[in-house]
Design a protein around this ligand. Structure first.
Ligand SMILES: [Zn+2]
Length: 114
């Protein structure tokens, strides 16, 4: 048994990117972030998934996923992702930037979108 209430809460990439709905590119500050929305089939949590990389910088690849409340999971636009993710108190992050396959960040802090 996992210590997490659902597999989707585990600190790893999970299915948000592969099985999620692609919302499009976040072009805020010309950053080209890819954004997906995913609903877990087990626990019905809504996740927002974000992936970005700055090709001119090594170890800049990073992804974030955050739990959304049901009320704010409709009509999300890619450019809404940064404020929604910074407001979430349960984030899972990973990638070459973190040198980690997945870490849980709780509490509030600004994620490194830029
Ligand atoms: Zn789940």
């Amino acid at each position: 048994m996992s210590i997490y209430e659902c597999e989707c809460m585990e600190p790893r990439l999970w299915d948000c990117e592969d099985k999620g709905t692609y919302l499009g590119l976040d072009m805020t500050d010309s950053r080209y972030g890819d954004v997906w929305l995913y609903q877990c089939p087990n626990c019905a949590k809504h996740w927002l998934f974000y992936r970005i990389e700055y090709p001119s910088f090594s170890k800049s690849g990073r992804w974030f996923r955050t739990v959304l409340s049901e009320n704010n999971s409709d009509n999300i636009k890619p450019e809404d992702a940064e404020s929604l993710m910074n407001a979430s108190s349960y984030r899972i992050v990973g990638g070459s930037y973190y040198e980690s396959p997945g870490i849980i960040l709780t509490g509030t802090s600004k994620l490194p979108f830029d």
